[in-house]
Design a protein around this ligand. Structure first.
Ligand SMILES: [Zn+2]
Length: 208
């Protein structure tokens, strides 16, 4: 028996998503046959506008509806502290924890030689460029909140080194560099950390 093309095409699409294997892709596709057409239309519409209706903030590289994003423009937030994270989804975790009131810098990845991702492939240079405005912006602290994986740690070390080199040329504007504290299991994703763990990680951050 041949699966109708409309269904096999949808199965192929689902299978391209992370964490979805062939069986789940099949189940989801056949499930959608039972969903009313109006819901399917709105589902496909949501996917269709996902990228069209979002932009990357030119300052912090987070995903947003307007550029610069509301966090970068918010005078209530501590504009002198930057939390460096791997992915936009990580900022959602920290926002939800309610424990962080600074601003962000989103790298959109980590340095990973095995996957040919070097420092130039992610937004590290943009972070350093931000810090070069130190005279006018007066940044106090950079919190390196990459995931506690081998790649996340290596990326944090790389950035810390670069910031130190940057500060070395300017004695008056030394920027404190810290790494998130313990509590998040090694190898884990920040995205899945609960609020209390995240709060403890922020409070327990250590200078490097
Ligand atoms: Zn921003």
């Amino acid at each position: 028996m041949r699966i109708p093309k409309a269904i096999s095409d949808l199965i192929d699409s689902f299978q391209k998503l992370p964490g979805i294997g062939p069986k789940t892709a099949q189940r989801l596709s056949f499930y959608l046959l039972h969903v009313p057409q109006s819901e399917l239309d709105s589902f496909s519409q949501n996917i269709s506008v996902l990228k069209k209706n979002t932009v990357i903030c030119s300052v912090c590289k987070n995903v947003t509806e307007s550029d610069p994003c509301p966090v970068c423009l918010d005078p209530q937030r501590d504009q002198s502290t930057i939390m460096v994270v791997e992915q936009p989804i990580d900022t959602i975790a920290f926002e939800r924890s309610g424990k962080y009131n600074g601003i962000y810098h989103v790298l959109h990845g980590v340095i990973n030689p095995l996957e040919n991702i070097g420092p130039d492939e992610i937004f590290i240079k943009d972070l350093l460029d931000r810090l070069k405005e130190q005279e006018s912006k007066n940044f106090q602290e950079i919190i390196l909140a990459t995931n506690p994986t081998m790649e996340g740690d290596a990326t944090a070390m790389y950035i810390a080194e670069k910031i130190k080199n940057l500060s070395a040329g300017n004695q008056n504007s030394r920027i404190k560099v810290s790494r998130l504290g313990m509590g998040i299991p090694t190898g884990a994703d920040l995205e899945y950390a609960d609020d209390i763990t995240l709060k403890e990680a922020i409070v327990g951050r250590r200078e490097i």
